[in-house]
Design a protein around this ligand. Structure first.
Ligand code: FEO
Length: 395
């Protein structure tokens, strides 16, 4: 399947309705995804990116119905990750000498994945490729958005930015354009994508976006590599990225916990009560980590000004689900967020200290030493938790 997105530019990608896990099992994709590949048919014929490897044969077969593969003059590999380069081995079997344009890091990554000596042409920011009909592709390195090799390209005259992962989202839809889909679903997937994938690179995101905006290029369409094509007010997603890249927070406090016999859960609920009684405006959300989707929790942390993390003490440590989310937090390098800890214990009671140290080492501003309750919290302990919640709300 293909469809025209503007003049001689066509989408030739794959909509993957069944995808529920991405990056192995690291990222949940409740709404599937798309792998967007684009074919430009000007005087020169150019293919921008491919699709994930399981769809390689289907992709090349469909592409060959669209165009004689020998007519492809250039392949652009904006990003070497397998979801975009996965059909290259299959494609290059048919056109082994066709040049592949990518960054220097792209060559390393593509060779690292496929161990092939294809006809690589290294490009850097500002390099151009003539398409004929007075149109050009202009390359822009997008280092660490989100891999060292990441790149975008801009098509002059048609004013299309092929941004690859940036501004994308895991969202399968046959509508394909940003103005046609459910806006709540779209932006929920956009912020989840940013929170889980781009947060650690926010400094690069901010710098690169400002660099591109300073060029004052007219942008009519942002053609990403996942999800919708932005054609209605396309820079709205760029403005969102600028906000998200700058220590983003909403008026939200998220309470994350796991519990064995509901003691830590009761603490969480009492703390929540204290916060709500003190501040009616703040959006308090509770998540039992073990029962919740980890990537959705990360999105909630991203939106929060404060997080409270709870675990009972088990084996002198913390419960495994809490350890898992703390490990995810470590890699994401959140900024401008406060934190505190809580949990039940039976004899040694190390959990709150362990969680506190972890959060402190990973950039959170720690509000206090946390609160713990011996065995199943009694009424006095519950009241202390309510007071603790009030202290958090006032912090
Ligand atoms: Fe969509 Fe970084 O791959």
């Amino acid at each position: 399947m293909s469809f025209k997105i503007k003049n001689n530019v066509f989408w030739v990608g794959k909509t993957d309705w069944e995808l529920r896990k991405f990056h192995g099992n690291e990222y949940s994709t409740h709404r599937g995804s798309t792998y967007n590949s684009y074919l430009i048919k000007e005087e020169k014929t150019v293919l921008i990116d491919t699709v994930w490897m399981p769809f390689a044969k289907e992709f090349v077969k469909n592409l060959s119905k669209e165009i004689n593969l020998d007519k492809i003059d250039y392949v652009i590999a904006n990003h070497a990750e397998i979801d975009h380069s996965g059909a290259l081995p299959e494609l290059m079997e048919h056109i082994p000498n066709t040049p592949i344009y990518c960054t220097a890091n792209g060559v390393k990554s593509l060779k690292g994945h496929y161990h092939k000596d294809w006809n690589f042409q290294v490009v850097k920011t500002g390099d151009t490729l003539d398409l004929g009909n007075e149109k050009q592709l202009v390359f822009v390195e997008m280092k660490m958005l989100h891999w060292p090799d990441s790149m975008a390209c801009y098509m002059t005259k048609d004013n299309i930015l092929f941004s690859n992962d940036a501004f994308g989202q895991h969202y399968a839809t046959e509508y394909m354009y940003n103005d046609l889909v459910d806006q709540n679903e779209l932006f929920a997937e956009c912020i989840k994508y940013y929170a889980n994938i781009l947060t650690p690179f926010s400094t690069f995101v901010d710098k690169k976006i400002k660099e591109v905006l300073s060029l004052n290029l007219p942008i009519d369409i942002i053609a990403t590599s996942h999800g919708v094509i932005w054609r209605d007010n396309p820079t709205q997603i760029v403005e969102k990225y600028l906000a998200w890249a700058n220590a983003y927070q909403e008026n939200q406090i998220t309470i994350l916990y796991d519990t064995m016999w509901d003691g830590t859960k009761r603490m969480a609920e009492a703390i929540s009560k204290g916060i709500v009684e003190t501040d009616k405006a703040v959006n308090v959300k509770l998540y039992n980590i073990a029962n919740s989707d980890k990537n959705d929790i990360i999105t909630e942390i991203f939106k929060s000004k404060t997080i409270l993390v709870g675990s009972p003490t088990i084996g002198g440590g913390i419960i495994s689900s809490t350890a898992e989310i703390l490990e995810m937090i470590k890699g994401l390098r959140f900024k401008n967020k406060k934190a505190a800890t809580f949990g039940c214990y039976g004899w040694s009671g190390e959990s709150i200290k362990i969680i506190k140290e972890h959060l402190e080492n990973n950039g959170f501003s720690i509000i206090n030493d946390g609160i713990r309750a011996l065995w199943n919290p009694d009424q006095e302990s519950i009241e202390k938790c309510v007071e603790f919640g009030k202290e958090i709300a006032n912090s």
